[in-house]
Design a protein around this ligand. Structure first.
Ligand SMILES: [Zn+2]
Length: 235
């Protein structure tokens, strides 16, 4: 096993397909370039995300879009939990599954929506995953299979359409912005009538001007840092 695979397993939790790309797509491309192992877990398949396309067809379509988008970043591992879009709640069964998943995947770093996100499914995803991370680390909750307790070293909150008020870290994604936008454009069902590619270019450019000297940045809320040695290494 090489060193990278020991210290760099990454799991991303996305409430809907495309939140992963918008929130941390550039950073994920950076992880892949470094040889890190990335898995994206979609809590819902985003079946409520269109007025033009009905729910029955949309969930499957968005899973196809999500896989194509992830592949453009170099991410091959995707997992669809297929919980109901628009109706996520903090509940026992979801906590049990997420705690098991963290114990099984043993990520060193987790990306999830930040704590002030105004979209209900995003905020609930934040609450569910933070609690699952806490539960996975201890010896309790043995009804959650997946193996031994596991402590996630670094937890970063990403921003989608609710900007983080006080970002804790800015990651330079200039080298990966084109790839991020190409991945986003795989989410064709979401781009009908909404220029999300322009919106995210604006946000990432704004972050770069205000937080760093690079061309494009993704900013994150620092939710947990165990060691200063475990900082992003993209430069
Ligand atoms: Zn979303």
């Amino acid at each position: 096993m090489n060193h990278n695979s020991i210290i760099n397993r990454i799991v991303v939790f996305a409430p809907h397909p495309d939140d992963d790309i918008l929130g941390c797509g550039g950073s994920l491309a950076g992880h892949i370039e470094k040889g890190h192992i990335v898995k994206i877990v979609y809590l819902t398949s985003g079946e409520s995300g269109s007025i033009e396309i009905g729910k029955a067809a949309l969930g499957g379509l968005r899973e196809v879009e999500a896989r194509s988008a992830a592949r453009i970043l170099g991410v091959e591992q995707t997992d669809f939990l297929r919980w109901p879009d628009g109706y996520l709640t903090v509940q026992r069964e979801y906590l049990r599954q997420l705690t098991s998943l963290i114990r099984a995947e043993k990520p060193h770093r987790v990306y999830l929506p930040h704590s002030q996100d105004a979209v209900s499914d995003h905020l609930v995803t934040h609450q569910l995953v933070m609690e699952a991370i806490r539960r996975a680390a201890g010896p309790w909750y043995q009804e959650c299979p997946g193996g031994e307790p596991w402590t996630v070293a670094t937890v970063l909150g990403y921003e989608v359409w609710t900007p983080i008020a006080a970002p804790g870290i800015a990651i330079d994604i200039s080298a990966f912005m084109d790839r991020k936008l190409a991945a986003l454009r795989e989410h064709q069902s979401q781009l009908i009538g909404y220029a999300y590619d322009e919106a995210i270019t604006g946000l990432n450019r704004y972050r770069a001007v205000m937080n760093s000297r690079c061309q494009y940045c993704e900013c994150f809320q620092l939710l947990k840092i165990t060691s200063l040695m475990d900082q992003p290494a993209y430069d």
